[in-house]
Ligand binder design. Sequence first.
Ligand SMILES: NC(=O)c1ccc[n+]([C@@H]2O[C@H](COP(=O)([O-])OP(=O)(O)OC[C@H]3O[C@@H](n4cnc5c(N)ncnc54)[C@H](OP(=O)(O)O)[C@@H]3O)[C@@H](O)[C@H]2O)c1
Length: 312
Amino acid sequence: MQHRKLGRQGLSTSEISYGALGTAAGYGPADDTESIAAIRRAYELGVTHFDTAEMYGWGMGEKLLGRALAPIRDEVTIATKFGYTPTFGQDSRPEHIREVVDNSLRNLGIDTIDLLYQHLPDPNVAIEDVVGVMKEFVDAGKVKYLGVSNADADTIRRAHAVHPISALQDEYSIFAHDGEALFPVLEELGIGFVAYSPLARGFLSGAVKSRDHYDASDYRQRIGWWKPENFDANLAIVDQLTAFAESKGVALSQLALAWLLAKADYIVPIPGSRNPGRVAENVAAIELALTADDLARIDEIVPEGGIGGRLS
Ligand SMILES: NC(=O)c1ccc[n+]([C@@H]2O[C@H](COP(=O)([O-])OP(=O)(O)OC[C@H]3O[C@@H](n4cnc5c(N)ncnc54)[C@H](OP(=O)(O)O)[C@@H]3O)[C@@H](O)[C@H]2O)c1
């Protein structure tokens, strides 16, 4: 497993890292024992960076990740995020950030958060004030590196002017290309790109199903790619991608992750899986090096991403 630098402040992570959302939210019921086995399998295969957030099960996801990583805490880096309210509103008021960071440290059972993100911008609190509070935690030794998520170029610049930002976390996959517009500002400021939902929330996994197959708590019920009017067209795209993956002797998920790794050397995908076997499949994507011709073929199959949008 190679490592990649996120930012210029010293943070380095495995090139494929791990996202823990599904262990506590978003994808229907999870089995804690299996999730812990999946997280530990990721570590055994060389994954050193693990991503969570307060809002993944409102502390449950952090507690589970903390338990899974406790024996190897010093060998890995842990990222978490603040900024949502339980009704999916934004709250980055200084007092709320302080409360969430203390909760996250306690939930994770750690003394220092390696990478702390604002989860999403808050229109009511200037980013300068948000990063000012985040910097207090760095000064106090409770946080090592800072990140922003779901932020635009202007917000990234303003944040970085207050304290160096090591990573932007944004959605990026063969199905979601919007993040590419941020490459210039990331390159100019030397900020890493942590690619979330790199398998398009499972659409690029080889196991996609129509939305009526998912649990009511599964957020894919509300994502545009799964809407009945878009689903079949997206499946047809996936069939072409799968055929291309098979021609290279790999799984679709591996093609999707290798595509991200090939796009730029400051991109780190964080696929999420609660299953040790699927984690192993995802990690093995590091063995696939795509050529410029391969990337061109994939872009030809999916010029503008999945049909229907990721959020609608
Ligand atoms: N900053 C943000 O706003 C934000 C938003 C969304 C996500 N994230 C982060 O990004 C991480 C990854 O995103 P994500 O979990 O939403 O989406 P993802 O990684 O694109 O896809 C996850 C889905 O794919 C399935 N899957 C994974 N590997 C598979 C494989 N090899 N074969 C078949 N199915 C597979 C998972 O199911 P199983 O678990 O059952 O394997 C799950 O349903 C999250 O865990 C979270 O840390 C951040």
